[in-house]
Design a protein around this ligand. Structure first.
Ligand SMILES: [Zn+2]
Length: 416
C-alpha cells in the first residue's frame, strides 16, 4: 500500500509580519525540501472551527478527521491518556498545571520542575491531599500533570469551569471545548458549577486545589526553591475536566490504513491513542534540531511497519506565543531541512506515496495568540500538477475547493 505521512506543525501558520517584508514566517522561510515537492502538489486552505480560534486539541482532532464539536468531551481526557493514566467513563479527567501565585493573583501559569522535584510533589499530593472520594495525580514533564477523580456513583460532571484564568470552557450540547481568553487575566477564580448537578464536582475540585496548596507550601521542593530564590510551585491550575469517553471512531478502520504516531506531547499522544493509532515510544526533546532528528528516526522506523504516520512538532507554536517570529521561520527551515528532508528520502511519489504538511491552527507572532484564520495545507502526490509556493497567501488563492473544513483533509488524502 502507498504510504502517507501527515505532518502537523503546531501553530505554523501566521499573519504577514512587517519586518519579514510582509510575509508570514512560513512564506519567508527557505524550504528547499518542501519546494522540491511543488512540481506534484496541491494546496488547501480550510477553516478549523469557523469563527472560533481553535486550541491545539480541536485543531489536531479536526486535522485527523474528527469534528471537535461532535467528539470533544473535554481536553482532560486526552491529556490524562497521553500521560499514561487510564481515564474512564464516569470518572473526571483533568489537566493540571503546577503554577505560582501571589495571594489569589497568578504570577506564572507554569513552574518548571525537574523530574525529581515533580516526582516528590506527585508523591506528596497523592499521599497528603484528603478528598472524600478517591483520586490519582500524575506528574508529566516540566509543569504539566493530570488528575483523575474516581467516583463510581455517577456524581461527576463535566459542566464545571476552570480555575486557570486564561482558558474559558464552552459547551456544544454535552460536548466541551476550551478557548484561550484574549485578555490576560490574573485573578484566579474558584471553579464553578455551570449546570445543575455539577456542584459536587466543583466542590471536589476546589477542595483539591486548596488541599494541594497546603501540601505544596509544606513540601521540601517548595522550601528548597524558596531558599535559593527559584520560581515557586505553590498553586495548581485545573482545566478541561472530562467525564465521558470521546469515542473517536478507530482511524485504522475508518480509513483502511494502519496508523502510527510520532508525537511527544501528552495531548497529542492522548488524541493519537484515543483514535486507535500505535504510539511510537518517544519523548519531546527541548533542543529543536535534536527533537527533529529523533522524530525523523522514528518516522523512518514507523514507515517500516505502518501505512500511515502522524507526526507532530510543537516548538513553532511556543515561539509564536513569545512573538519570536525570526526564531519561528528559523524553526520552519530546520523542520524542512531535517525532518521533511528525511521523510522525503523514505517516500516514493512515483509509487503513489503522499506527504501532507499543515498545522492545527495559525498562531500570530504579532498578537501572540491563536487566530481563527484558515490554515495552509500542502498535499504532495503524483496525481497533482505543480503549484508555485507553499504559504498562506498562495493557499488562499489556489486551493482544492472541496476541502472547506480541516475535517475534509483526511477523507480527501486517503482517497488519493
Ligand atoms: Zn496548537
Amino acid at each position: 500500500m502507498a504510504k502517507l505521512v501527515f505532518l502537523i506543525v503546531d501553530g505554523m501558520g501566521d499573519r504577514p509580519i512587517k519586518l519579514l517584508s510582509n510575509k508570514t514566517p512560513l512564506e519567508y522561510a527557505d524550504k528547499l525540501n518542501i519546494n522540491s515537492t511543488l512540481t506534484h502538489a496541491a494546496l488547501a486552505f480550510p477553516s478549523v472551527l469557523g469563527k472560533l480560534a481553535p486550541e491545539s486539541d480541536s485543531g489536531v482532532m479536526a486535522d485527523l478527521g474528527y469534528d471537535p464539536k461532535r467528539y470533544s468531551t473535554g481536553r482532560g481526557w486526552f491529556e490524562c491518556l497521553g500521560l499514561g493514566m487510564a481515564p474512564t467513563e464516569g470518572d473526571l479527567s483533568v489537566r493540571v498545571n503546577i503554577a505560582e501565585a501571589a495571594g489569589s493573583k497568578l504570577k506564572s501559569v507554569r513552574t518548571y520542575l525537574s523530574k525529581e522535584e515533580f516526582a516528590e510533589i506527585e508523591k506528596d499530593i497523592n499521599e497528603r491531599v484528603k478528598l472524600p472520594i478517591e483520586f490519582e495525580f500524575k506528574a508529566g514533564e516540566g509543569y504539566r500533570g493530570g488528575l483523575i477523580v474516581h467516583d463510581g456513583k455517577g456524581r461527576l460532571s463535566q459542566f464545571v469551569s476552570n480555575n486557570e484564568p486564561g482558558y474559558t470552557v464552552r459547551f456544544f450540547g454535552d460536548k466541551k471545548l476550551s478557548f484561550a481568553s484574549s485578555t490576560a487575566k490574573t485573578k484566579i477564580p474558584r471553579i464553578k458549577a455551570l449546570k445543575p448537578g455539577a456542584a459536587f464536582t466543583a466542590d471536589i475540585l476546589n477542595r483539591f486545589i486548596s488541599e494541594s496548596k497546603k501540601v505544596l507550601l509544606k513540601s521540601d521542593v517548595y522550601r528548597k526553591r524558596k531558599e535559593s530564590g527559584q520560581p515557586l510551585p505553590n498553586y495548581v491550575l485545573l482545566r478541561d475536566g472530562a467525564v465521558h469517553d470521546p469515542k473517536l471512531p478507530d482511524i485504522n478502520e475508518r480509513y483502511g490504513r494502519r496508523w502510527a504516531a510520532v508525537v511527544g506531547m501528552p495531548l497529542e499522544k492522548g488524541i493519537a491513542l484515543a483514535s486507535g493509532m500505535s504510539l511510537m515510544d518517544i519523548h519531546e526533546l527541548d533542543d529543536l534540531s535534536e527533537d527533529l532528528e529523533n522524530k525523523a528516526e522514528y518516522v523512518s522506523k514507523a514507515m517500516d511497519a505502518y501505512d500511515a504516520v502522524y507526526v507532530h512538532v510543537k516548538q513553532t507554536d511556543a515561539l509564536s506565543h513569545l512573538g519570536k517570529y525570526a526564531e519561528k521561520y528559523d524553526a520552519i527551515e530546520k523542520i524542512d531541512k531535517i525532518l521533511i528532508g528525511r521523510i522525503l528520502r523514505r517516500l516514493s511519489f512515483s509509487d503513489g506515496d503522499t506527504l501532507v504538511v499543515t498545522c492545527d491552527h495559525r498562531t500570530s507572532s504579532d498578537l501572540k495568540r491563536h487566530t481563527n484564520d484558515n490554515i495552509p495545507v500542502l498535499i504532495a502526490n503524483k496525481k497533482f500538477g505543480s503549484v508555485k509556493e507553499f504559504g498562506e497567501t498562495e493557499c488562499s488563492k489556489h486551493h482544492i475547493k472541496s476541502i472547506k473544513k480541516a475535517t475534509d483533509i483526511m477523507p480527501f488524502v486517503v482517497r488519493l
